[in-house]
Design a protein around this ligand. Structure first.
Ligand SMILES: *Cc1c(COP(=O)(O)O)cnc(C)c1O
Length: 408
């Protein structure tokens, strides 16, 4: 059985992907449809089959002795199901290789721990996803790593924060809850000559609208839980690496015994096939809702870099080719009871952690408690909205009634 993807879309050479006839590079949507799949290896079945496996049997002593060369050797080390997803995500992220982890939070901790030794200094953006901050404060510090948070708007000022022992810079753009854009190019320009590893949490773009590795970032991390899976029904993390960082991360993940279940890997690759059309619709729907919110008297601010009025709009345009369905907004100061009346009565927006599925979500947030290098001073109640694939007119109706209840 052949385990390799069709040669013209092999993830290890995304730059060389061609249609084989006119020597033209395949478009990104085509790559997402075909990368990591090899129907001819599985009786013509379109999707890679689900291999449930722990023990892999070796028929002879000679085969057992050559175990280290076998691509499939033990369930924890991967199966054709997980290899297919790794290859597909590598093609999406234009990465040399991808390591799968059981959650996005684990992709973060594994990437950090794979690179940082006692005495190292790490710079983490102040608007990162909460559990990334907690990993720095509660795990890395315990292991003697010097953890420093930086203003995500620092730009080339990052130079002044870099120390001789700085080993890694963590970025997230736009950041969780407040959606500031970070100047990734400026940070990479400061880090690269000094050999500092750069990482971007790329969950927001799903890897469709932003390819950090093409800007010289070493590693792009995603919560595959979100847009890659796209259906709110599994947990997954992806660590997509440049050639130079792949072996380190893969080896470290192996030492920690990290692996993912076959059913989740299968579902994630299934979700991935439609990610580009989903993302385009999320973008269109979110833009329409954001523009509507911006005109509401209850709303004092909308935080969505795709809006021309957003302070991060220019940076977003230089790095991204589109925007996802997730953004923030602030409503005028209100009491808990009125807020409850607004959100409890919503019919289409659900309330809960995570996002990236086909359905809309709305969540009150509090960015103040997740900052240390900067202070969140915006008065009013912060909200995070995930705009799903519903009809926007229905979403607007639902929110309009919510605002009526808020005002009562
Ligand atoms: C949700 C999220 C994660 C963590 O993913 P889980 O799969 O929930 O552990 C990481 N980064 C960002 C930006 C996220 O939104």
């Amino acid at each position: 059985m052949s385990l390799s993807p069709p040669s013209d879309i092999a993830s290890s050479q995304p730059a060389a992907a061609t249609d084989g006839h006119r020597n033209r590079r395949l478009g990104p949507d085509t790559v997402i449809c075909h990368a990591g799949r090899d129907p001819s290896a599985h009786f013509g079945v379109v999707n890679p089959p689900v291999f449930h496996a722990s023990t892999i049997l070796f028929p002879t002593l000679a085969a057992l002795d050559a175990k280290a060369e076998a691509k499939v050797r033990y369930g924890r080390r991967g199966t054709p199901t997980t290899f297919a997803l790794e290859d597909a995500v590598s093609a999406l992220e234009e990465a040399a290789g991808t390591v799968l982890t059981p959650s996005g939070a684990n992709a973060i901790s594994t990437t950090l721990l794979a690179h940082l030794d006692p005495g190292d200094h790490v710079l983490i953006a102040d608007n990162v996803y909460g559990p990334c901050r907690h990993c720095g404060n509660d795990v890395l510090r315990r292991f003697g790593v010097e953890v420093e948070f930086y203003d995500p708007l620092v730009g080339s000022g990052i130079d002044r924060l870099i120390k001789p022992n700085t080993r890694l810079i963590w970025m997230e753009a736009p950041g969780s809850l407040t959606f500031e854009m970070t100047d990734i190019t400026a940070i990479v320009a400061a880090a690269r000559p000094r050999g500092i590893v750069t990482v971007v949490d790329n969950t927001w773009s799903g890897g469709v609208f932003f390819k950090p590795l093409t800007l010289g970032v070493d590693i792009s991390v995603q919560a595959g839980t979100k847009y890659i899976s796209g259906h709110s029904d599994l947990m997954l993390g992806t660590i997509s690496c440049s050639e130079t960082s792949y072996e380190r991360v893969k080896g470290f993940a192996q030492r920690l015994g990290i692996c993912v279940g076959p059913d989740d890997a299968y579902l994630a690759q299934r979700g991935l096939r439609t990610i580009s059309v989903r993302m385009r619709q999320h973008h269109a729907n979110a833009l329409e809702l954001a523009n509507w919110l911006a005109k509401r008297p209850e709303v004092t601010r909308v935080m969505y870099p795709a809006l021309q009025t957003d302070p991060g709009h220019e940076l977003w345009k230089t790095h991204f080719t589109g925007a996802s369905g997730l953004f923030g907004f602030v409503i005028r100061e209100t009491d808990r009871q009125r807020l409850a009346a607004m959100v409890d009565g919503l019919r289409l927006f659900g309330m809960g952690s995570s996002w990236g599925g086909y359905e809309s979500l709305l969540l009150p947030t509090d960015p103040r408690i997740l900052r240390s290098a900067t202070t969140w001073r915006e008065p009013g109640q912060c909200m995070r909205v995930h705009v799903g694939l519903e009809d926007v007119s229905d979403l607007i109706d639902d929110l309009e009634r919510g605002f009526e209840r808020l005002g009562r």
